[in-house]
Design a protein around this ligand. Sequence first.
Ligand code: FAD
Ligand code: 2HG
Ligand code: ZN
Length: 473
Amino acid sequence: MPALSLPSALADALSTLLGPRGLLTDASDTDTAGQDWRRLYHHPPLAVLRPADTAELAAAVRLCVAHGVAMTPQGGNTSMVGGGVPSGPGEVVISTARMNHIRSVDPVDMTMTLEAGVTLKAAQDAAVAAECLLPLSISSEGTAQIGGVLATNAGGNNTVRYGNARDLVLGLEAVLPDGTIWNGLRRLRKDNTGYCLRQLMVGAEGTLGIITTAVLKLAPALRQRESALCAVPSTEAALALFARFQRHDPAALQAFEYMGGPGMELVMRHIPGAVLPIAPAPHYALVDLATARAGSDLRGVLETVLEAALEDGTVTDAAIAESEAQRLAIWKLREEHAEAQKREGASVKNDVSVPVSRVPELLRRGQEAVAALIPGVRCVAFGHIGDGNIHFNFEQPVGADGAAFLARDHEIMDAVGEIVRDLDGSFSAEHGVGQLKPYMMPDWRGGAELEAMRRIKAAMDPAGLMNPGKVLP
Ligand code: FAD
Ligand code: 2HG
Ligand code: ZN
């Protein structure tokens, strides 16, 4: 039976170690820390630990281990799968919020070294100030922290060009589940020295330890950027447009995003200031071109491809951003999809990926399957179509009971999952497994793969106190 309050000896030791700013036990603080972004889970922790640095964090972990208290690492708490909140009572949350220093940005090495609690937006801004680019972009970047972004191997809008978070990590420092500090803060492009611990920590969702500092790889600053919002008649047409840009100038593509009509309607209904620059359409593609080269004719590339597509009906309407403000306004329509969907009511999310060419079939078959299960369900599909990653979400029928709809989440996820499997895809593309999807692991990653994961977990966290109830069933 887990404790309902911090054991007093542990409370005293943590209080001495962390001080009043580093140990929060008020109900309002623990309540917030126990609630996930989607409001699917709510287990207030016994306390929120907010260490100021790696040494404090490691000492706090050692104290928790000595008292047998489970720990949930938490960054910005934007997980879509309940990863950053406890999976039950009796845990503590270890927050990296105070470990938020950017230690250095090096435009020669093209790296930045920063602590886990730096928000992704602050990290991007620091890179820009040094005339570089941190090429990771997600809608939650103002809140999500580097530790959380790495722990989930976040993807987002620029994966199509630069890869996922994993591809940007050169070095890491982490506190292992027993409180040992592992310093792997190297910034080498080549370093083949045994098992790659940093890549094991990336994507482990905090089950193998807590990332405290990272060295990230930077890209050259962008000199020019062009964006367009296009109406397309079908998902096949969206893919055809993607293929044309790839053929015409693959190096220019920075992002290629898909939005269905219903999701866009929700954005227009719920997001103040959202303006659709073209007539409403059944499907939309957002094209983003960018270059670090001087004197490139990006606008020419955009116009050439769009003109041909408009001529043969691949695109039915398009708005090209004429200023940075217009560019941001177009992107806002895409970035606010998650928030608009939340405001509309209860939704079941499927963060799935399939080979890019199979996206239209996925969307067609998936919609049919879920509509047959729940008449009146609303399909809100959008996402990173250039990576084959669709947020294949379903909103409760109008007027339906939200809780009753959410109670059928496994039915919906499994109906979609069956089709995803048939198309050689994945049930978890970029958001991770968290506490929402461990039940799917035996079916999808069973046998040797899951067994190897269990052995790694047991070797690194024999007491099972680091983020229990996440990833592994
Ligand atoms: P948290 O939510 O705090 O934690 C996430 C996981 O990482 C948890 O398992 C937690 O225990 C662990 N963790 C946190 N910090 C550490 C650490 N220092 N060391 C070890 N483990 C740690 N994801 C995408 O991939 N692409 C998107 O485009 C995208 N868009 C989003 C948009 C919105 C509006 C929202 C709410 C979420 C979005 N996400 C997206 C999901 C989310 O995964 C990302 O926001 C981000 O990667 C999580 O960062 P965080 O700091 O909030 O982590
Ligand atoms: C995005 O791409 C995020 O906007 C959130 O990954 C997706 O709400 C979602 O399902
Ligand atoms: Zn996404």
